[in-house]
Each structure stands twice: as structure tokens, then as C-alpha cells.
Design a protein around this ligand. Sequence first.
Ligand SMILES: NC(=O)c1ccc[n+]([C@@H]2O[C@H](COP(=O)([O-])OP(=O)(O)OC[C@H]3O[C@@H](n4cnc5c(N)ncnc54)[C@H](OP(=O)(O)O)[C@@H]3O)[C@@H](O)[C@H]2O)c1
Length: 302
Amino acid sequence: MNPILLIGQKGQVAWELQRALLPFGPVITVGRESEPAVDLACADTFVPLLRKIRPRLIVNAAAYTAVDQAEEEPELAEKINAIAPGILAEEAKRLGAGLIHYSTDYVFSGEAGKPYRETDPVAPQGVYGRTKLAGERAIQAAGASHWILRTAWVYGARGRNFLLTMLRLMRERERIGVVADQTGSPTWSRLIAEATAQMLARDRMTIESHSGIYHLTCAGQTHWHGFAAAIRRRAIELDLLPQEAARVDPIATRDYPTAARRPGYSVLDTRRLTDTFAIHLPHWERALDLCLEDLASCRPFQ
Ligand SMILES: NC(=O)c1ccc[n+]([C@@H]2O[C@H](COP(=O)([O-])OP(=O)(O)OC[C@H]3O[C@@H](n4cnc5c(N)ncnc54)[C@H](OP(=O)(O)O)[C@@H]3O)[C@@H](O)[C@H]2O)c1
């Protein structure tokens, strides 16, 4: 059986996919630290490999995700987020393979008053969003069977993310100011991987019949301050943080200037995912609970 090729090793979503994809047969995982190393900024490191192993499915969970740094490195972000996905899609087309690729809520401007649907107009605010959108378009143009799964506000027990940063800062500081005027849906990386696997199972690995863009986030919405407050409350209950953990104060985006502009409102409407695959993710607070319980139960070994 031809393998699944998973690109991205230690990323939040890639890590969870390594487990979630296992029931579908052999999975080859590659990234910048694999042997051979795969660097999405350099097609020579992955095109020959693809032609050699002839995967039946390519899952690209790697990306240039440093939203602010991307403003300083637009060419590199472009290579990884826009050009490489297009090449992957062209190779998938040649091989008759499907391509699963992840994209972002940051393709939207953030000015809508209601959750964004897949068909709503896009208007990214920064280099990261622009390059991710260009990647989506390159995949669509290549004509391979694909799922582009737009997700948002990803966190998990590993990697660089808001949850782990907050847990650290809440131990180190007395007070933390957190932005309260950007709204989105925090989404646990494990659920993104599980939902991807469920989609594959329901589609019998074909991808072809349901090719397209899908929004994939947890249900509900909050702002970064609401997310931080929920992390604090639940982490104290679970003994992951002391009672005197830093308090979180709501602040405005203008009081926390960053290199990249971010959408003020980027909640995604996930109805298409539910209608097509009968999948919907739980409310973000339920997912956060489960992730924190997981972290708490691993503590004796930390
Ligand atoms: N994080 C979020 O909040 C968020 C929100 C919306 C959408 N998304 C999308 O969801 C997907 C997964 O994101 P994530 O949060 O799991 O990302 P992540 O934790 O930042 O991991 C990114 C992965 O990409 C790899 N990578 C970066 N540059 C590479 C290159 N030149 N060649 C090969 N691999 C490279 C990294 O490898 P190293 O380990 O070698 O650095 C890492 O494994 C991405 O498509 C992202 O755009 C993420």
C-alpha cells in the first residue's frame, strides 16, 4: 500500500496527526529534522522524494506560522506558505494523490459581524494571511483533489502556543494584560487531527468527491482575554497553577502593538464541515478542559 506522506514533525497539528493517521496505513513523516530533511522553502528537498515514494495522500501540516516575524521575512513566508503548497498540489495531481492542507482565519479582514463562511470575501491583513491565501489559491489552481482546512487560534500541550505561554507567564508575573478586542475560536490541535482522520474515514480516503475548503474550529467564541481567564480558572482548579497565579487584565489591541495587524473578528462558520461530514467540534471551553486535564494528568512525569 502506498504510504501517506505527512509534512511537519513537531508542529502542534503535525504532532497530533502522527497518531491520528496511523489507522489509515503506513505514514511517512518528514520535516526539517527528518532523514532526508524536507525544507518547504526548497523544492529540491521534497519533489524527488514525492516522486520516489509516490504517496497516495499528502498531508501538509507545516507552515511559516510566526505571524509577526513574517512581516520581516515576506519572501521566506511566501516560499513556505504560498509556493510550496502549489508545488505539492501539482505533484499530487501528477501522482493521482489527494492533498490535505491547513489554512487560517487570518485570510479574513475581521470586519464581519457574523461567523465567516468558506465563500465569504477574503482580505488578509498581513504577510502571514496573504501568503496562506496565496497557498490556498495555488492548490486550487493545480487541480488535484484537496481539502483546505481553515482553522484558528490553535493551542495544545506541545509547541509554541497561547495556552503554554499563558501558563508560564501566570507563574512568573503578578498581572498580565491580554487583548480583549480580538474575537475568535480557540481550537485544540488534537481535535484538528482527530477531525481530519474522521473526515478521511467518512470519505473512504478518496477526497475527490468533496474537494474544497472547509472551516474547522471549535464551537463558540471568545477574545484572547476570555481565553486567558478560562485558562487561569481551570488551571488553578486542576492544580496546574497556584491560587496566586497572575491576574489577567483586559487591554485593547492598540495598547499591545504588534508588527502584524490581526483581524478583530475571525470566527469561522463550520456548517459546511457538519453538513458534508457530520462532524462538529465541541465548544472551545470543553476542549480546553480536556487539554488541561491531559496536562494535569501528565504532571507526575514532567
Ligand atoms: N497556530 C495557529 O494558531 C494557527 C491558526 C490558524 C491556522 N494555522 C495553520 O495550521 C497549520 C498547523 O499549524 P501549527 O500551529 O501546527 O504550526 P506550528 O506548531 O507553528 O508548526 C509549524 C510546523 O511547520 C514546520 N516548518 C516551518 N517551516 C518549515 C519549512 N521551511 N520546511 C518544513 N517544515 C517547516 C515546523 O517545523 P520545525 O519544527 O522544524 O520548526 C513545524 O513543524 C498551519 O498550516 C498553520 O498555518 C495555525
